[in-house]
Design a protein around this ligand. Sequence first.
Ligand code: NAP
Length: 489
Amino acid sequence: MATNGSERPLRFAVIGAGMSGVLAAIKLREAGYTDVVLYEKADRLGGTWRENTYPGIACDVPSHLYSYSFEPNPKWSHHYSPGGEIQGYFESVARKYGVEKQIRFGQEIERLEWKDGRWQLETRTGMRDQADVVIAATGVLHHPNMPDIAGLESFAGACFHSARWDHSVPLDGKRVGVVGTGSTAVQIVSALVDRVAKLELFQRTAQWVLAQVNPAYTREEQQTFARDPKSLAEMRANMSKLFSDTFSNAVVDANSPQIKMIEEQCRLNLETNVKDPVLREKLRPNYRAACKRLVISPDFYQAIQRPNAELVTSGIERVEPKGVRTKDGRLHELDVLVLATGFRADRFMRPAKVVGRGSVQLDEVWAKRPSAYLSVSIPGFPNFFMLNGPNGPVGNFSLIEVAELQMAYILQLVESLRAGRCREVSASAKASQAFEAARTEAAKGAIWSTGCKSWYLDDRGIPASWPWTFDRFREEMARPKLEAYEQRA
Ligand code: NAP
């Protein structure tokens, strides 16, 4: 978009160079903004796909949907492609659009303060900067949840969190323990079971597992995608609609026929694929499918039934130098202990200190729990926007499509700044309170509220995610309701 002399030049700081940060840089450039800098704490872009390199990592959203809409990738190897390939995709898109040049690597934002009508930024290394607009693209699940297990530090073997995989540790022929039964643990178990001497999975809570075949795309299919981008776009649109209809819209309505179908598919997967009735009952959750984030796997049940695999359901008492002692008194001797224990889902851009108008600290505003108007804006924090912030459809949909819709929405708000209609824009307290009240009420009807513990739930046990359909999210993101925003000259 061309600018004219009377328009206000804007400087943007984007925090984080993962999927959302790279997207923000591309879309800002497309909208005609050239003064854009990305701050990235690591020495490489990619966010979650850079940090998670555990064996078996893949994305359980179809690859042709888990891609930017404007950068279809005819070369995806599988329907659900592995993590390394996804990381490579983001790096190649960033390269193609010249985003890397805009990134300051190794610079973690430590403090952001709204002062004299601009954001003052400071990084952990002491670098300072100023920006008119900040876009926090800091991700959701990135602070590992380290379990509070007695004696963990006494373990004589190698022990690490799944998101901090130590690739120097040999695994072949070793005795490996995995703590946790979420999407991560399940992928690790399937990938490792045939490599290790013994694999013990420490399960605190059983998970429902949806079976999902994952065929490779043939060369011919990839060539057809490359030759015919229109068919690729159509396929993406169909996948998006199917995902919405069968999953996103199902999880927000615990009584929907679609959620009952998912429950039935999970139950059938368990009944059909786990032969031993004792093991089957150990693997059967006592809550409804998709209440916790649904685990999707082509082969977990097969993996856990291998002769060298064991599902341990007696709780962990403590960790000892030789292994894990369970509550039944048994010592499980191990060489490697993997903590697939998830993430602290309420962190967002923290631990950065964010100070808004009138010296208000974000940590105070979020003392109980993080919240944001439509997931993108916080009252009292002008010209500060989030991609995949709190209360968005995290867990319901491809986060790429979520971020794309949010970015298009944010650009419309920023347009008010560029055109000089205002100098500061942030959600009004009234609109935020009304949104929060409606959201928490609607969340009661979601499957996440039906009686399980999960990272979807806030400190009150209320789901923090977007509780309406994805179509409604799309409609909300199409055009900001300016009356919900406080615009100051
Ligand atoms: P998670 O779903 O939060 O699972 C953590 C697991 O660790 C749970 O089984 C939990 O048990 C267990 N745990 C935590 N603390 C424990 C303790 N002190 N003792 C014993 N067990 C403990 O974490 P995740 O598997 O890393 O997945 C996080 C999210 O990342 C997923 O929900 C998904 O959204 C995303 N993800 C996506 C993909 C993908 O393919 N797209 C792949 C991996 C992850 P309880 O259930 O009893 O709490």
